[in-house]
Design a protein around this ligand. Structure first.
Ligand SMILES: Cc1cc2nc3c(=O)[nH]c(=O)nc-3n(C[C@H](O)[C@H](O)[C@H](O)COP(=O)(O)OP(=O)(O)OC[C@H]3O[C@@H](n4cnc5c(N)ncnc54)[C@H](O)[C@@H]3O)c2cc1C
Length: 401
């Protein structure tokens, strides 16, 4: 191909913008079509594990992300009622172990960094795709306003309810996981001083767990409380609820948590869905990326991480096979699908172990975590409680050149 490949990305979320940045940097002509009237993200935190930070490094925005992030020295796993420390994973040495730190950020700040780094991408907001057709040598995206765009590749980065996925592979509903969550965001100044909020925390109890970590250079505290429930199934990230719901659900839990909840003036609740992993991501020159391909539970903090890695790999294979985009997309899904599938299934498995109801099963789990923290596990010295070194050590920039 003598000209730059023209690539249309449906969806301007974290995955879509990361892909646009990666493609732009490899010389592609990129257009992002976002249904919302502006690029925006919900007021929630996101944890960037070392593999995500390395992917952002490959995109050239590591410094910008560092400037808006918080880094905690430990991830403390604590027991729901007593507050006992089940394990303390040292995160301070992640750079030495996994090649990058663990950072936590506000989602809107991360989106701003990605959007701010884009130079030539044509961003079209208020543009909702209704269908995509993947052909042998190109693809076409059709929009709600009746318009269409033909491109060398169309990428569906349009999230868990992807219209692109539906066009390419037919309708299939996301799977309700039996888990719901509440999320709040508290100004750090509003939190009682005796509560440890500088470390990342994960409180585990029967049928639920609660995470909190600082974001925005430590100015805000992100709180997400998860529990098993089938009484609520709405998958909306913006449904507001009263803090009393959270207080009631976690009434027997440690007072460090119950005193934390009222520090957030707004609470939102949503039901968590994932999807069974897809074996095939592409049809002709149309493909999927991020949650549209591999929506997963957030329990390994990998949804956005995998989406950013997807973008880096897609850009690298397109640059490698500019004259054979079919081969590029085959290579893309061959590289990405197994890793994303492992993250989807690994996250599902965590839901069970995080929420064990039997005290005996919890004790056995806690001892296992402590042993891992103390002695490490796996082939490398991986001291993470969940043995996720295999996820963290991956460096998409080094792998793809
Ligand atoms: C509670 C919770 C906590 C999480 N924590 C973490 C974490 O700590 N670490 C992590 O890595 N991941 C985390 N995740 C997962 C992460 O948020 C998602 O995996 C990530 O946002 C996926 O990005 P995406 O760009 O694929 O999809 P989305 O973020 O959903 O973006 C899709 C975009 O497409 C647009 N769109 C949708 N349909 C159309 C259409 N038809 N036409 C045009 N535009 C369209 C949407 O408006 C949106 O802007 C968490 C998720 C949840 C629910």
């Amino acid at each position: 191909m003598t000209r730059a490949p023209r690539i249309v990305i449906i969806g301007g979320g974290i995955g879509g913008l990361a892909a646009a940045l990666a493609l732009e940097r490899r010389g592609a002509e990129t257009i992002v079509c976002e249904q919302s009237p502006s690029l925006s993200e919900i007021g929630a935190g996101i944890n960037l594990t070392p593999n995500a930070v390395k992917a952002l490094r490959a995109l050239g925005v590591e410094d910008e992300v560092n400037a808006i992030a918080s880094a905690s020295n430990f991830l403390n796993i604590r027991s729901w009622r007593s507050g006992r420390y089940i394990s303390r994973t040292r995160r301070g040495d992640f750079t030495e172990k996994f090649g990058a730190p663990n950072l936590s950020v506000h989602r809107a700040d991360l989106l701003d960094v990605l959007a701010g780094a884009l130079k030539s991408t044509d961003i079209r907001t208020g543009t909702r795709a209704v269908s995509v057709e993947g052909r042998a040598n190109n693809a076409v995206a059709r929009f709600a306003d009746g318009g269409e765009i033909e491109a060398d590749i169309v990428v569906g980065a349009d999230g868990i309810h992807s219209a692109v996925r539906k066009s390419l592979f037919g309708a299939d509903a996301p799977r309700f996981t039996g888990c719901i969550c509440w999320r709040g965001m508290a100004p750090v100044d509003a939190v009682p001083r005796d509560i440890n909020i500088s470390d990342g925390a994960l409180w585990m109890g029967p049928h639920g767990h609660v995470v909190h970590y600082p974001v925005r250079r430590g100015e805000l505290l992100n709180i997400v409380a998860h529990c098993d429930s089938d009484s609520w199934t709405e998958e909306s990230w913006t449904r507001e609820c009263d803090v009393s719901e959270v207080m009631t659900t976690y009434s027997g839990w440690n007072s460090q948590l119950t005193r934390l909840y009222p520090c957030s003036t707004r609470w939102y609740k949503w039901a968590l869905y994932d999807r069974d992993p897809l074996e095939k991501w592409s049809v002709g020159c149309a493909t999927l990326l991020g949650d549209s391909a591999h929506a997963m539970l957030p329990y390994l903090g990998q949804g956005a991480a995998q989406a950013i890695e997807d973008g880096c790999v897609l850009a690298a294979v397109v640059a490698k096979h500019p004259d054979d985009l079919d081969a590029a997309l085959l290579s893309y899904e061959r590289i990405r699908a197994p890793r994303a599938k492992a993250a989807v299934l690994g996250s599902r498995a965590r839901a069970k172990e995080n929420h064990l109801a039997s005290p005996w099963a919890r004790l056995k789990r806690d001892v296992k975590f402590k042993l891992r923290e103390t002695f490490g596990g796996g082939t490398k010295r991986d001291n993470t409680a969940f043995q996720v070194g295999w996820l963290y050590e991956y460096d998409v920039g080094k792998e793809m050149g």
